[in-house]
Design a binder for this molecule. Structure first.
Ligand SMILES: Cc1cc2nc3c(=O)[nH]c(=O)nc-3n(C[C@H](O)[C@H](O)[C@H](O)COP(=O)(O)OP(=O)(O)OC[C@H]3O[C@@H](n4cnc5c(N)ncnc54)[C@H](O)[C@@H]3O)c2cc1C
Length: 525
């Protein structure tokens, strides 16, 4: 029986039952905690107000990395920790991570030597979990590997290794791992309030099932606020008078056709005009270019790229690529919000605020985890559970995630194809394709996504809306927003049948999705 079914998961909700852990938020942080807790043997419930990874966790640069930038800032402990986690993630989820060669083009020999020394140190810090040696490369090799690079004044380059991954799929696979270890995870369930005992200790929460509008109350020994940029909203439910502790910082990415990079290798510009790092990373058939770091006062589940951010990414990419990209070349644009810890020093720039995570336990026992990054989600979860145990909110149970295989784990596939990212689930999708020849058909010309993947997403991956399928179970919205718009009606038709919905549901889904998708392309036409 497939346990990863929303209806079945909801059946576990019983107002008299006491969970050990209730996690609020189904992004990287919350899902990591839910996996850690369930695999330690704690009774674990996770509630996500939208879809898994709907927030920042589907909008990252897609790097599993130590953070070369933090090395330059001298934050060696943070880099070392992230490099260890990089190694563990590549080991535990080989089906959705990739060892990526990244090239830094250098326009002076001094820079070349400087980055080579720095990256040799980066390799050394990764110790046994190194994924490849950095080396200085000559102009000829750079041009062979990155034919689209601007050649004038180019002197040399440095090649190093980091990981890349599919962020939304890792989130989904973590949710599945949690359920396989007797945890319960439910999407489209929003926490509305915290429940307190007579002595003002948090003993549970109320939430609304957004599909039926039914409100539930659940009890838990520990309630964890893992809501990223929404953390202050939950903290306010606990102590309305408290000052905000999160300062969102927006980062955007533009997706371009790979003719702009013409390479399987990624490119990194370590020091842009505003002192940031710019990446161009091959992802699916396209290339992702970004990012920015713009402090914001507001947060939302659908942040929008600002014009000056778009111009900055286009102009900076144009300085290093022989074909300068313009707004009309952008296939998709997406923005994400970093949940950085607020600082009292107004002069501190967001790129200089520490990216390390913090676990805070309030007087009433609300556990909040803030900051961090995708790469270190496992360690963040371990630290959160360790603190809960130290505070005697739960008894000691050992963390087992260092070598826990993540759902879909599969190494050494004989043939790498568009389904490889599903790992051990590939076989199930191929079975569907064999059942019905039309399910093998591509959803849209020029992309390898099939009808079978939509059916699989509904039956086995808790996809509830067209957006879930087009944005996160497949990444069509992030690969090409116009294509995503075209594909919506076909996806809605398939989902209507699978979910036994009516035509009104289908039409509403198409309209809602198409409105959303327009926010992912420029120069709306
Ligand atoms: C532009 C950008 C690029 C990045 N690139 C990288 C990278 O390459 N590598 C890397 O390692 N890290 C990267 N990061 C960092 C990483 O993406 C984030 O640290 C991580 O995704 C944060 O996850 P989260 O779970 O804390 O937050 P989120 O993913 O935002 O999840 C929080 C969840 O809580 C839910 N929620 C909120 N309120 C409620 C409620 N009341 N009830 C139920 N659910 C609720 C939200 O719907 C949301 O899904 C990047 C971040 C940004 C912004």
């Amino acid at each position: 029986m497939n346990l990863f079914d929303r209806g079945l998961q909801l059946e576990s909700i019983n107002e008299n039952y006491e969970w050990d852990i209730l996690v609020i938020g189904g992004g990287a942080t919350g899902l990591g905690i839910a996996v850690d807790a369930a695999t330690r043997g704690f009774k674990t419930l996770l509630l996500e107000q939208a879809d898994f990874a709907k927030g920042t966790s589907s909008r990252s640069t897609k790097l599993v990395h130590g953070g070369v930038r933090y090395l330059a800032q001298g934050n060696i402990a943070l880099v070392k920790e992230a490099l260890k986690e990089r190694g563990l993630l590549l080991q535990n989820a080989p089906h959705l991570t990739k060892n990526e060669s990244i090239i830094i083009p250098c326009y002076s020999w001094f820079r070349g030597m400087f980055y080579t020394i720095g990256l040799k140190f980066y390799d050394w810090l990764s110790g046994k979990l190194s994924i490849g040696k950095s080396r200085l490369i000559g102009k000829k090799e750079i041009i062979e590997r990155l034919p689209a690079i601007k050649k004038a004044s180019l002197k040399c380059g440095v090649l190093f290794h980091d990981g890349t991954f599919d962020d939304a799929r890792l989130a989904l696979n973590l949710a599945q791992t949690c359920v396989e270890n007797d945890g319960v995870v439910i999407n489209y369930c929003k926490v509305l309030s915290l429940v307190k005992s007579r002595d003002s200790q948090i003993v549970g929460a109320t939430f609304i099932d957004k599909e039926t509008q039914v409100i539930y109350e659940v009890k838990a020994k520990a309630v964890i606020n893992a809501t990223g940029v929404f953390a202050d909203d939950i903290l306010k439910m606990d102590a309305p008078e408290d000052q905000p502790i999160i300062r969102p910082s927006q980062g955007i990415h533009l997706v371009l056709d790979n003719s702009f990079l013409q390479s399987k290798d990624a490119m990194m510009i370590p020091h842009t005009d505003d002192g940031r790092v710019l990446f161009a990373i091959p992802w699916y058939q396209n290339v992702i270019v970004g990012t920015t770091d713009t402090p914001l006062q507001i947060h939302s589940l659908e942040p929008r790229a600002l014009d000056n951010e778009i111009d900055f990414v286009l102009n900076t990419a144009g300085k290093y690529l022989s074909k300068t990209p313009s707004r009309k070349d952008v296939l998709s644009v997406f923005a994400g919000l970093r949940p950085l810890a607020a600082t009292t020093d107004s002069s501190e720039k967001t790129k200089e605020i520490s990216r390390s995570h913090k676990v805070i336990i309030s007087k009433s026992g609300l556990v909040s985890i803030i900051g961090g990054k995708w790469t270190t989600y496992r360690k963040m979860a371990e630290d959160t559970l360790s603190k809960i145990i130290r505070y005697k909110m739960l008894p000691f149970k050992k963390c087992v995630t260092e070598d826990l295989k993540i759902h879909g784990y599969e190494i050494a596939q004989s043939e790498i194809d568009s389904l490889s990212i599903y790992g051990s689930d590939t076989i199930g999708i191929k079975k569907l394709m064999a059942e019905n020849a039309s399910w093998k058909a591509p959803l849209v010309e020029g992309m390898e996504f099939t009808e079978a993947q939509v059916i699989w997403a509904v039956r086995n991956e808790m996809a509830r809306t067209v957006e879930d399928v087009v944005a996160r179970r497949t990444r069509i919205l992030f690969i090409d927003a116009r294509v995503a718009c075209k594909v919506a009606s076909k996806v809605a038709e398939i989902m209507m049948k699978e979910l036994e919905k009516d035509v009104a549901w289908k039409n509403n889904q198409i309209l809602t999705f198409q409105q959303l998708a327009k926010g992912y392309w420029l120069d709306n036409d």
